[in-house]
Design a protein around this ligand. Structure first.
Ligand SMILES: [Zn+2]
Length: 369
């Protein structure tokens, strides 16, 4: 491993007067570990420990090369300073809270103290700080932890790395959403809906807006009966039909007595007609995340269903962590109309909360003719 150019800042050089940020100054004592942490983050501490031996020698040698022109008192001060610097850099573990150092590593340009001569030191390496940090990260990547999201380092591509409980997000073989293409056209039994106007409460869980529905709404399909637990929204729609995307989707999550899940997906497309039940959810949006807002009027899930009840069905997963499988999906083919203003309400809170499409390979999709 080559010496970290980062540490070259600690070694005074003839160019120090022209590049004052490299000066070692007697300033407020700052523990070395703290200074590195502030300047470069936690990786710099490990780098400093590893490279300390390489840098200690030149720093010590610099002591004997101080120009004679320096005033005796100040030169002696600098010698002591450099000696302490060398000792510090020679330490194998600059523990936080250890003896306060006289070294301050700073990226802020600061003026050289008047009259202080800068001693000659061996040539230092180019300060390619960013280039040096990249391989360090590659050697010891920080563990990915924290809440999942729809973008960046906590986005869908990294969900499985965030928590061992999310492993299926990467390793699952029956994941959702999918592009519902082809499929076998069969006489799918109609879904038997037993929905009624119900009390509900609206909740912003940090990933979507969801409405928890009071018990008493059920569907029957495949000789199984599922109870509606909650419904929530995605923008844009997660699922596609024959490659076609939609503005939003609404997932009605049901559970049977054995805890198995069935999700009814409704597609929402921008149109002239507002959707009344969607509006009821919007009307009772909580002002704060994580706080449930009881709704003033009931919600009738039956009023969310399209006139045409043709659907496609397949076995998939939750579309968010932990990406649990064995979820029965039913995707209604006819989209519902929502207005642009209704879409805007949701996108104001969640501009993008759709998981990318997953492979449907090897799965049977059945659909109404
Ligand atoms: Zn969903």
């Amino acid at each position: 491993m080559t010496a970290s150019p980062r540490l070259s800042r600690a070694a005074p050089s003839p160019r120090a007067a022209r590049a004052p940020h490299r000066l070692v100054q007697r300033l407020r004592p700052v523990p070395l570990a703290l200074a590195l942490l502030l300047a470069h983050g936690p990786h710099a501490i490990a780098a400093a420990a590893g490279d300390a031996a390489a840098k200690a020698e030149p720093a010590a040698r610099a002591t004997s090369q101080a120009p004679a022109a320096a005033p005796p008192g100040e030169a002696a001060d600098l010698d002591r300073l450099r000696q302490r610097l060398a000792e510090k850099l020679g330490a194998t573990s600059p523990a936080p809270g250890a003896q306060p150092g006289l070294v301050r590593l700073t990226t802020r340009p600061e003026a050289a103290p008047a009259g202080v001569a800068t001693p000659a030191v061996p040539p230092v390496r180019k300060p390619a700080v960013l280039a040096a940090q990249a391989p360090l990260r590659a050697v010891a990547p920080p563990p990915r932890r924290g809440p999942w999201s729809y973008g960046g380092e906590s986005g869908p591509a990294f969900w499985a790395e965030l928590d061992p409980a999310f492993a299926l997000c990467a390793k699952g073989r029956r994941q959702s959403p999918i592009d519902i293409r082809g499929g076998v056209a069969v006489d799918l039994e109609p879904i038997r809906f037993d929905y009624r106007p119900s009390a509900f409460a609206v909740f912003d869980d940090g990933h979507t807006i969801l409405a928890r529905i009071a018990p008493g709404n059920t569907i029957e399909v495949g000789a199984r009966r599922f109870e509606l637990r909650q419904l929530h929204f995605h923008h844009p729609a997660e699922e596609r039909i024959e490659g076609r995307g939609f503005d939003m989707s609404l997932h009605l999550v049901h559970e049977d007595a054995q805890g198995r899940l069935a999700v009814l997906a409704l597609l929402l497309q921008r149109g002239d007609e507002p959707q009344e039940m969607v509006q009821r959810v919007w009307n009772d949006l909580p002002l704060e995340k994580g706080v449930e807002q009881p709704a003033s009027r009931p919600l009738d899930p039956a009023a969310l269903l399209p006139a045409e009840r043709g659907y496609a069905t397949y076995m998939g997963s939750l579309t968010s962590p932990p990406c649990s499988e064995d979820v029965l999906w039913m995707v209604m083919r006819q989209p519902l109309s929502v207005t642009q203003a209704q879409i805007d309400v949701f996108t104001h809170l969640y501009p993008m909360n759709a998981r990318p499409l997953q492979s449907a390979a090897g799965r049977l999709i059945k659909r109404s003719p």
